[in-house]
Design a protein. Sequence first.
Lengths: 362, 127
Amino acid sequence: MKNSPIVGKHQGLSAKMADFGGWLMPIEYPKTGAIEEYNSVRNSVGIFDVSHLGKVSVIGQGATNFLNEQFTNDLSKIIDSQAQYTLMCNSKGGVIDDLIAYRNLDSDYFLIPNAANTASVFEVLKANAPAGISVENLHEQFAVFALQGPKSIELLNSLGVDCSLDYMAFSKSKFDGTDAILCRTGYTGELGFEIIPTWQDAGKVWDLLFNSVVSLGGAVCGLGARDLLRTEMGYPLHGHELTLDISPIQASASWAVDLNKSNFTGKQILLDQKQNGTSHKLKAILATDRAIPRKDMQVKDQSGNLIGQVTSGTFSPSLKKGIGLALISSEISKGDKVIVDVRGRDSVFEVVALPFVPSRVR
Amino acid sequence: MSAVPENLRYTKEHEWVEELAPNKFRVGITDYAQSALGDIVYIQLPKLSSQVLANSVCGEVESTKSVSEIYAPITGKVVSVNSSLESNPEIINTDPYGKGWIVEIEISQATLSESLLSAADYQNLTA
């Protein structure tokens, strides 16, 4: 099992730790717990260590064109110092990973894939890279901290950090003299930032952020709270909503697939799916009783016919109800009722629009 | 370190049992169990007046991240359930041995026949 560069800080706080893609990461902290941590992010500010996320650099003349053949979204839509959510598909339209691409220059990109998929993303890019483009796996050379919540700006201002960035923009920054990349990105649905110091500087930057979060009345947050926050937004998680067997068209991630691009891996099958539809689509479901849906639970129509499965489910602290994402028959639409088999009990859910809770990222 | 009150008895499934009368027992889940589960957001209580069997499932508690079954520590009849937990299941997290009690079970015989763990035994089990 791999460790974050600041694993000692989590242990010092007696965090509950668990395996995330081969990394031992904090789930929650005993002083707070997932719901209080969640509340800090929605109402004030929270800091997460997400150093398990991958880091890959792609550098060389023609990097934009090269990556545009590997990823589904169109990198020519962003300019230097902007980031883009995108996906890497295989030739069958299955999703190898979803990731954020940070454009330093036309010839210089920094990628943040998921921890468990970093090796796969790196291998594909390395294998396909033409002469002159170098791909490097920097997984253990940078840490990633997510500072999320409405008080994020106030906190960064108090540290003298200029954070006047548009959503999905990033810049070089200094934290008490220490270099780090500051990105206006996140996975919570709240206004927030992700901060990328080097592995060596991680402890210093964490201490600075941690102390400021505490003094503002915020919380250090684990990945349990992060999952509550992202599920309320309907953000997909690879291994749940996106897999080698679920395409971005099925997973309602079409917005991150640019079918007008000349060519990219998986384009033909994704184009076909877009034009002809797919049998199943990802939908949001909301409990009508006290049931909480969980991954892999079966979903039925009102006549009892199996129509799909839950891909993610949890309890929404904001709505005080069970919420879920489910890959179900495309014939089901918003407002319809479906039945989830919750450990042998049939519970009625309503198909609703995403997000479950309004996004405040901008 | 989880609290393990001396005056209670315990099961390997992390329930506690308090003797209210020689034939009446109050049951809940331990501090260790609530801490392992995390924030509890849902409970399915046993049905009032139903019969429960020792070591059989009689309800469930669910946290933000997982679900866990509640096992009846003893055989008997459910004579009371803590229905305040239905709207405020988080009481189990804050007061597992007090306001977070789950069910009261009455046995038909004069004394308890099931063998339960002492506080010291349970402490060793969860150490």
